[in-house]
Design a protein around this ligand. Sequence first.
Ligand code: IFM
Length: 451
Amino acid sequence: MSTATFPADFFWGAATAAYQIEGAWNEDGKGESIWDRFAHRTGTIKGATNGDVACDSYHRIRDDVELLRRLNLNSYRFSIAWPRVQPSGRGPEEQRGLDYYRRLAEALLAANIRPLPTLYHWDLPQALEDAGGWAQRDTAERFAEYAALVTSALGDVIGDWATFNEPFIFTRFGYLDGYHAPGRKEPDAYLRATHTVNLANGLAIRAIKAARSALRVGCVYSVSPAVPASESADDATAAEAFHAYVNLWFVEPVLAGRYPAAAVNGELPLARMGYRDGDDRIMRASLDWAGINYYFHQVVRSAPPSDEALGVPFATVGRNEHPLTDFGWPVNADGLRAILVRMYRDCGNIPLEVTENGCSYLDGPDARGTILDERRIAYLREHLIAVAQARAEGADVRGYHHWTLMDNFEWAEGYTQRFGLTYVDFRSLERTVKDSGTWYADVARTGTVPV
Ligand code: IFM
């Protein structure tokens, strides 16, 4: 397929997350988050930077909505900072935080852009981390209360919601590998954290539906298709174990009330995870849609169980023959087609949206101030064609959100990566649409990807 056309009701979007763009880290009653605490610690973030100001989006609703309008987008995926609306993660709401998100949603709607918020994109209130964080079972109840609070307050203007962004990433990087907040390297805490998040997802979905039954609630997953390293049966089995662990650990619990046992050769460490009788019924809930975040595939081979937490029976091997972005991530558009088709099946044919897909290239302004990011245009073209191919193969993919609207704070990488459709000068905070943004705006306007 060299060109592709999408239906008129397809969602063309861009995605961001609160800590990566908002700034205003301690304004209007906002509580401290685990990312505030972590980034303020020496040695955690490249360049010793943090999200205190980021893109200052908290003060620039009008500019950012205007940017989305210029890009002809009809969907904006952003996240709600839990400590902005419930500073310590429990108790009464902070009205000024809710007002900010209402103003944002209303400005989007006035520009004919669908607001698509995620309730948790990694910024846990620090007070909850002090009580044990995601490793503490009670955090599941806190999350459900917060979800009900926000959707009760804003569900009159926002119909589509996501609970979590990339549960696999924030539990693993935050509690096992330690290079994301809260910076813990504790295998047992990690295992419990994955289970708490699965409990929280089920509880929150039911709490949201109890508050407002018409809302459509999904969850957003980071996924990588697994390519077996060889044609051996062992590597094929290893690739399936990778898929079960990386792609389905937070999918099967909500859809079916169970963990994908293939991830660990059938030996689920339920006791270490803090699993209790009846948890299947808590985790299971009615998911209306799933978000797919795709960046790269992984080549997987069979290996003796070695992972310090779970003992997964596979290893990933170096990253192959594909070209790399400036961040060193392989560019493989067919991986997006493949994983959309697979996840559609594994999610029981519920609607999918691409909630993130993008690339960091460091192109900056030339002498005329133009950002000629041709590599991002090529990336977008190939990946959008892959979405069209997945649709042609039967996957019900209803939207595409590019990561990201504008260059921003890339977690432990600080400001050293640029994923944006828009260039941000981090001294003046001026935004300049890159050539890729202009190209994408044309696609969004016509619904057609040119050759
Ligand atoms: O910036 C992140 C985002 O917060 C979650 N998904 C991957 C992006 C690029 O690393």
